[in-house]
Design a protein around this ligand. Sequence first.
Ligand code: NDP
Ligand code: GDR
Length: 371
Amino acid sequence: MGKKALITGITGQDGAYLTELLLSKGYEVHGIKRRSSLFNTDRIDHLYQDPHELNPKLVLHYGDLSDSTNLIRIVQDVQPDEIYNLGAMSHVKVSFDTPEYTANADGIGTLRILEAVRILGLTEKTKIYQASTSELYGLVQAVPQSETTPFYPRSPYAVAKLYGYWITVNYREAYGMYACNGILFNHESPLRGETFVTRKITRGTAKIAMGLQDKLYLGNLDAQRDWGHAKDYVEAMYLILQQETPEDYVIATGVTTRVREFVRMSFAETGIEIEFKGEGAEEKAYVVSCNNPLYQLPVGKEVVAVDPKYFRPTEVELLIGDPTKSNQKLGWKPKYDLQGLVKEMMASDLELFEREKLLKDSGYSIKNQYE
Ligand code: NDP
Ligand code: GDR
């Protein structure tokens, strides 16, 4: 009999890549999706299996991390060998607008998962992965950040995740549960949510190059992030649950890059060279040259500007992870570097907006998207 996994947040970026990985390893995968007024399974539709088939390998259950009775029922029905708790209100800036909800879903939601396993007497059987984050480090205490670097969270999201981190450690120590934190640094992909900075940049760059958008507005261009590819990072999640003893691991590339540089690299993928001028809220980027006949913009055109509405009340300025432990103990190493990541994201967004351009050129109106 293959193993059974239960994934919360299966409809998100990581949920989609993890489902693909676990199905390829012969797992029966169960996922929790939220009821929504529109379909919200775009990222996993290619993996969908008709529930009327005999023994489907992918099964979705309606649920929510704010509803313990629902979680207990699903865990009871599925009897999973592994739970990957990826569900969360995961946007740092939005957590300042919805702090209580974020605490409930991201903090207490983790407790609800742990309690469901405990109440149902599954502590010996079910291993739990908790999606912890480099946002826990927050205000820089030391770099590079490792498993022993002190935490100093800087947003309601990070504070909620701090609770999730420690309650996972506590249940491991108190009840002997196999429960682990993966402290993952930023990871991106063509499936990344459209309002996180990397995807916002690759989408905006593609649209500007194709003449579908005039300008890209961003916030703090100086922030530094350790960016990896989500496909590599879900491998680490899986490995964390396959060890002899349950432990917490930092998953990172060890390389950090400024937001400004990510913008430059994205434009470079279209053959457009840009330069930044000015400082702070006055900083802008202009076209210097266009070396691709497909994407021609006037030299000197302003393509990026800063909008302070994207600044955060408290910011995390510098993240750079030390992946020594995961390299050595898990044998984990990322296959992608930043250049490969940017290339893949740009290729995907250029293809996406090629269709939109065709529609526009044929006279159809294009709907606005809000970011
Ligand atoms: P996404 O935002 O892409 O996905 C989040 C998922 O959680 C979605 O499936 C979403 O459902 C679901 N969700 C949100 N609220 C609830 C709720 N109340 N109950 C149940 N499900 C809910 O995040 P990622 O895939 O990028 O990240 C996965 C996890 O890893 C998150 O916990 C995130 O905080 C954490 N993390 C992410 C990092 C990154 O760089 N990507 C780095 C470190 C940690 P719906 O589709 O309906 O919105
Ligand atoms: P982050 O990711 O907050 O690190 O959290 P995000 O991509 O939102 O921001 C990264 C950095 O870019 C700066 N920035 C902007 N960010 C957004 N979203 N939009 C902008 O216009 C913009 N301009 C500049 C931000 O200020 C920040 O410094 C992500 C999420 O996936 C979390 O769930 C996860 O825990 C962490 O990564 C690790």
